[in-house]
Structure formats: structure tokens, C-alpha cells
Write a protein that binds this ligand. Structure first.
Ligand code: IDP
Ligand code: MG
Length: 158
């Protein structure tokens, strides 16, 4: 029998409705690295029980940033956003859990600073709509696309 990981002990396996395990793409943005919040942010996800299945640090080049934020191309904040995300090192990671996409989005907090609830990463550490510390995929299909964009298969745990 497989040993039960510490963060899964006590989970009631008789419950049939448990969500399927999924993977999501998460990034600590340049402001998070600059401010020394990498450990704080990764630690929150780790303590919650998400499993880190990929992790690396890099400074995204323009091509990567433009592909990552392609959905926002043409919006008023787009040029500055690409400028910002390429301005320094980021920490890119793949996190795994049942309902990982939605759980990460909840833990990140809302985009508008006033809507980012205390207790969330944005709600606890930023008042800036652009320099908001963290990115998380917004749906399972974007998660798959972003993971494929940022990681090669060999960089992710099986
Ligand atoms: P999300 O990060 O919560 O998914 P999106 O709407 O996908 O929010 O926007 C992507 C990123 O673009 C945001 O995290 C933020 O850094 C930046 N951004 C979004 N809207 C604005 C804005 O109105 N002004 C400046 N930057 C923005
Ligand atoms: Mg988004």
C-alpha cells in the first residue's frame, strides 16, 4: 500500500464526491521575488497541502511573456504588463491537488486591490493592481496550456 502523505491523512476516503486531482501553473511575479516573499507565498501553498510537482526560477524573455499573456494583447495595460513580467526573475511552479486551479485562485485573492480579501496573498501583501505578486491559471484548460508553455515534460514530476 502507498503511504498516505501527511497532508492527506484524515481525508475521508468514503466520500465519493472528492474532486479530481489536477495541476495548475503558478508564478511568483518579479515584485514577489524582489520583495523577498517567495518563501511566504510558496509556504502558503505547501502548508495548504498542494504538492509542488515543478519549480524553477527564470527571467522570462519577451516572447514567453507575450505568449503567456496573449489573451490580454491590445488591452491598455498589456505593454506595461509585459514590461513588468520581464523585468526580473520569477518563480514558476506546478502545483497539484484536487481542485488545484480554484483553490490557488482563492488563495491568491481578487485582482482589484479593494476586492482582495484579507487572508489571501494579494489581500495581505499588495494594494497594486499590476504588482500583485502572483499568477495562477484561471481554468483547467489554461492550466494545461500554461504548464506546457513554461515547463518541458522532463521538468515536471510524474
Ligand atoms: P489575474 O492575474 O487575477 O488572472 P488578469 O485579468 O488575468 O488577472 O490580468 C493579468 C495581470 O495583468 C494581472 O494579474 C495584473 O498584473 C495585470 N493587470 C490586469 N488588469 C490591470 C489593470 O487594469 N492595470 C494594470 N495591470 C493590470
Ligand atoms: Mg488571469
Amino acid at each position: 500500500r502507498e503511504p498516505v502523505p501527511a497532508n492527506r491523512r484524515g481525508v475521508d476516503k468514503t466520500r465519493a464526491e472528492e474532486a479530481p486531482v489536477e495541476r495548475t501553473f503558478v508564478m511568483v511575479k518579479p515584485d514577489g521575488v524582489e520583495r523577498g516573499l517567495v518563501g511566504e507565498i510558496i509556504g502558503r501553498f505547501e502548508r495548504r497541502g498542494l504538492r509542488i510537482v515543478g519549480l524553477k526560477m527564470l527571467t522570462p524573455d519577451r516572447a514567453l511573456a507575450e505568449r503567456h499573456y496573449a489573451v490580454h494583447a491590445g488591452k491598455p495595460f498589456y505593454d506595461e504588463l509585459v514590461e513588468f513580467i520581464t523585468s526580473g526573475p520569477v518563480v514558476a511552479m506546478a502545483l497539484e491537488a484536487p481542485d488545484a486551479v480554484k483553490i490557488v485562485r482563492q488563495m491568491m485573492g481578487a485582482l482589484k486591490p479593494l476586492d482582495a480579501a484579507p487572508g489571501t496573498i494579494r489581500g495581505d501583501f499588495t494594494v497594486d493592481v499590476q504588482k500583485n505578486l502572483v499568477h495562477g491559471s484561471d481554468a483547467p484548460d489554461t492550466a494545461a496550456a500554461e504548464l506546457a508553455l513554461w515547463f518541458s515534460e522532463g521538468e515536471l514530476l510524474r
